[in-house]
Structure formats: structure tokens, C-alpha cells
Design a protein around this ligand. Structure first.
Ligand code: CMC
Length: 435
């Protein structure tokens, strides 16, 4: 809170003083909670200027290209930490000491298996199902398996659910891939790292020994860290809104997965790779740049632009480096990378993209890395969802921990008909040509 107030002049009313709230960093916000009493609401579709909650988890300064989790910059976390430590940080608000670190890893590894009954769910899906569709179904079904921990007012229940979700997501995700290929499901190997276990469950078969490539393991770990949280994005806001009604955590996470699926959000890395394949060659880039700039063409450069970042996406900087490390290690000369690099160069110089501050975002590079690792396109958003689960749970938990938490219930600007008089269909339509 600050002493400053915003003064609002409304037609026919006395000026209203609205408190200005100060965060620990970032923009101040005008507290409009009392405004409804005046008979006015604010109008902000897409939340362009609306802070929907108070949060101490993640800070983004889009103008400076800063992303911090609990105060720690994302590049340092990606460089020096591992995904599970970042999970601990997001969930608990501080870094673990050695005992807490080991215990967190141990408990996560204890919950990696799925109930065998749940395994049968997969068989109900068509083999060509999108793995996101499977993930939505299976994660939703978790609430029918864990009745013992669904009391959202019980702190222990909330904690167990958080562990279950973090632990089981890689198993659920990779099983959806194995199912689509017809290969047997691989059970988790709890001696491996979170990222290593993911790669093994994705690519190993029971017939051969699988050795995790450390470069790919590190790249997967970075992908998981970079996607772990991003404050009040569409899917996290969806989880919060679902959770605000008291829905169970598995249902809330499914709401987040569904929201993430869209191409403007988590589906962007899949859409970006599709776009690079469609462009196909460096020679075709000018045509696609023109399409992206054409107001009458719905085409957008996927992997470019961000609602918040107007300078650079710090996740993209880490991902770009990782991309080159993976391609060098695997000795892959991917023509799509040439297309991507040239596209990036041209777009960064083109006045349209410069003026609108459209920079490559994390998804621009992550698709190329995942493709190089042999991960099919349809799994990209699934991996994003696996990683973002910790962000969703942390926000859900933070919301429930806040005193005075209310159900999310936005208002609207109504533009439809009003006060019409209803007649029965026989009265309304006395003739056959009645419209
Ligand atoms: N290609 C071409 N033009 C674009 C693009 C793009 N990728 N992104 C924005 N614009 C233009 C847009 O046409 C508009 O122009 P004008 O002002 O003349 O109408 C202007 O830039 C502002 O765009 P907007 O849609 O109002 O901006 P937004 O903040 O609502 O949308 C976005 C942000 C990420 C949805 C959008 O930039 C986009 O669709 N990008 C491509 C999809 C993508 O890469 N998404 C992944 C985001 S990062 C992962 C995550 O955090 O989920």
C-alpha cells in the first residue's frame, strides 16, 4: 500500500479516491475493488491492464527482459539448478537446504508410478489421439483415484497432491506417446534424474538397455526449468479461476492443460515447427514475412511476440544456446535451423517487427531442440504441460493460502437485447413461413 491515490471523475458523481498499491517490484496497481459500488465496472478484455491477483512467485519485467522465480533470475536457475530444485523453490518460496533438497527428490521419486487401473484408461483412446487429449483425460481421471487427498482445506492433502502431480506428469506424458506408437509402456526408473527418467520412459523399450545422453538430459532439464512458471499467463489464470470455486486440484490442473493447448499459448512450439516446415527453405522466407505483415492474412510468425516481453524473452536466450549445444552434440545439420536463424535475422531487422517489439520467444527455439532430440511435434505441448504443472500447483496453493480468497467472477459490458416479451412458439409463428 502507498499513500498515493488515484482520483476518478465519473459523470454525475463526486470524485472517487482509489488506493494505489505498490508491489515489491514492477508496476503499481490501482485498487478498484470498491468501484462496483458506484455502478461502474472497468472494461479490460484480455486483461491488458488488469492485475488479477497478488502473487509472490514469479516476477517479469517485460521491458527489461527479466524473469525471476522467487527473486532468482531464470538464466541462473537454468545454468546452475535442476528442475526439481526449481519446483521446490516455486512451491515453498525459498531454496532448499541439503536435507530438504534430498527429501524433495526422494518423495517425488516415490510417487512416479501410476495406479495400474489408470493404465487401462489409455486403451480407451484411439491410437492416433493427440497426446494432449489423452493428458486431459488421464489427469482429470486422477481425481477419481485419490479420494484420500482431495480436501483442499487440509494442508497435508494439498502437499500430497502437489507431489503426486509433479511425480506422475512425466509418466502420464510419456505413456501417451508410447501408446501412440504401440510400444509397451515403460515404468519409471527412480534412480534417474527427473529429465533422464522422462527421456528413458519416452525412448527406451524393455528389449534393450537405454543409456541417457547427458547433453540431452541437460537440455531436457533446461526445457523443463524454462517452462516451469510464467506468472499470470492464460493457463495459470485458468487454474486460479477454476480453483477459486473450490474445485479439486486435479480438475484445476486439467483446466490449465486445456488452456495451454491453444496455439497462442503452449501450442506455439508445435505450431512454430509446423510453420518452419511449411516455409521449408530460406528462399521462401520473404513471402512468409510479407504474409505475417499483411493485415488481411491471418498468418502470424509463430514463436514471435509476447504479451509481456517487449525487449527480449530471457528464456529464448537460454534456449537458443541449448539449441546449438544439442545440435552440435548430435551432429545434426538441420535445414530448419537455417530457416529459423534467417527468419530470426530478417524479423529482427524488419521495421514491422521492430516497431511492434516482436522478438523470438522461448517456443521459437524449443521446437527445434525437441525435434533434434527425436521428440515428435505432438509431444511438445505435453512437455510444456509437464513442466508448467509446478507453476500451476504453486499458484493454486498460493491462492488457497491467501486470507479472504474469493471466487473469480468477472463482470461484463452487455450489448445484447433486453426486456423483450416472450410468447409461446405457436403464438409467435401463426403461419408456416414464420421466421
Ligand atoms: N506475427 C505477426 N504479427 C504479430 C505477431 C506475430 N507473431 N504477434 C503480434 N503481432 C502483431 C499483431 O498483428 C498486432 O498488430 P496490430 O497492432 O497492427 O493490430 C500487434 O502485433 C500486437 O499483437 P497482439 O495480438 O495484440 O498482441 P498480444 O499481446 O495480444 O499477443 C501473442 C501476444 C503471443 C499471442 C502474439 O504475439 C502471437 O500470437 N504470437 C505468436 C504465437 C506465439 O508464439 N505464442 C507463444 C507465446 S510464448 C509461450 C507462452 O508464454 O505461452
Amino acid at each position: 500500500m502507498s499513500d498515493q491515490k488515484a482520483i476518478l471523475h465519473l459523470p454525475g458523481k463526486e470524485p472517487i479516491e482509489l488506493p494505489i498499491l505498490k508491489g515489491s517490484a514492477g508496476n503499481d496497481v490501482i485498487d478498484i475493488r470498491t468501484l462496483g459500488k458506484t455502478g461502474y465496472f472497468t472494461y479490460d478484455p484480455g486483461f491488458l491492464a488488469t492485475a488479477s491477483c497478488e502473487s509472490a512467485i514469479t516476477f517479469i519485467d517485460g521491458d527489461l527482459g527479466i524473469l525471476e522465480h522467487r527473486g532468482y533470475p531464470i538464466d541462473q536457475l537454468a545454468e546452475k539448478s535442476d528442475y526439481l530444485e526449481v519446483c521446490y523453490l516455486l512451491l515453498n518460496g525459498h531454496l532448499p537446504n541439503r536435507v530438504q533438497f534430498d527429501e524433495f527428490h526422494r518423495v517425488v521419486s516415490k510417487h512416479t508410478m501410476l495406479h495400474e487401473q489408470l493404465v487401462m484408461f489409455y486403451k480407451g483412446f484411439r491410437r492416433d489421439s493427440h497426446p494432449m487429449a489423452i493428458m486431459v483425460g488421464v489427469v482429470g481421471a486422477l481425481s477419481s483415484f485419490y479420494h484420500d487427498s482431495l480436501d483442499i482445506t487440509n494442508e497435508t492433502h494439498r502437499e500430497i497432491t502437489a507431489f503426486r502431480l509433479i511425480s506422475k506428469m512425466p509418466t502420464i506424458a510419456t505413456m501417451s506417446y508410447k501408446y501412440s506408437t504401440g510400444q509397451p509402456f515403460m515404468y519409471p526408473d527412480n534412480t534417474l534424474s527427473y529429465a533422464g527418467n522422462f527421456l528413458r520412459m519416452m525412448f527406451a523399450t524393455p528389449c534393450e538397455e537405454y543409456v541417457v545422453n547427458p547433453v540431452l538430459e541437460s537440455a531436457m532439464d533446461k526445457i523443463l526449468i524454462l517452462h516451469a512458471d510464467h506468472e499470470q499467463n492464460a493457463s495459470t489464470s485458468t487454474v486460479r479461476l477454476a480453483g477459486s470455486s473450490g474445485a479439486n486440484p486435479f480438475a484445476c490442473i486439467v483446466a490449465g492443460i486445456a488452456s495451454l493447448w491453444g496455439p497462442a499459448h503452449g501450442g506455439a512450439n508445435e505450431a512454430c515447427l509446423e510453420m518452419l516446415e511449411e516455409i521449408g527453405s530460406v528462399d521462401n522466407i520473404p513471402e512468409y514475412i510479407n504474409k505475417a505483415k499483411d493485415k488481411n492474412d491471418p498468418f502470424r510468425l509463430m514463436g514471435f511476440g509476447h504479451r509481456v516481453y517487449k525487449n527480449h524473452d530471457p528464456r529464448a536466450t537460454v534456449m537458443r544456446k541449448t539449441c546449438h549445444e544439442v545440435l552440435d552434440d548430435l551432429k545434426i545439420d538441420d535445414p530448419l535451423l537455417d530457416v529459423a536463424m534467417e527468419l530470426e535475422r530478417i524479423a529482427l531487422e524488419d521495421p514491422y517487427f521492430v516497431e511492434k517489439k516482436l522478438y523470438p520467444n522461448v517456443d521459437f527455439y524449443s521446437g527445434i531442440v525437441l525435434r533434434a532430440m527425436g521428440i515428435p511435434r505432438s509431444m511438445f505441448t505435453v512437455i510444456f504441460a509437464t513442466s508448467r504443472t509446478i507453476g500451476w500447483i504453486s499458484h493454486w496453493k498460493e491462492m488457497l493460502d491467501q486470507p479472504g480468497q474469493k471466487i473469480g467472477r468477472p463482470r461484463q459490458l452487455y450489448t445484447g437485447e433486453s426486456g423483450l416479451s416472450f410468447d409461446h412458439v405457436d403464438v409467435r409463428c401463426k403461419s408456416d413461413d414464420c421466421e
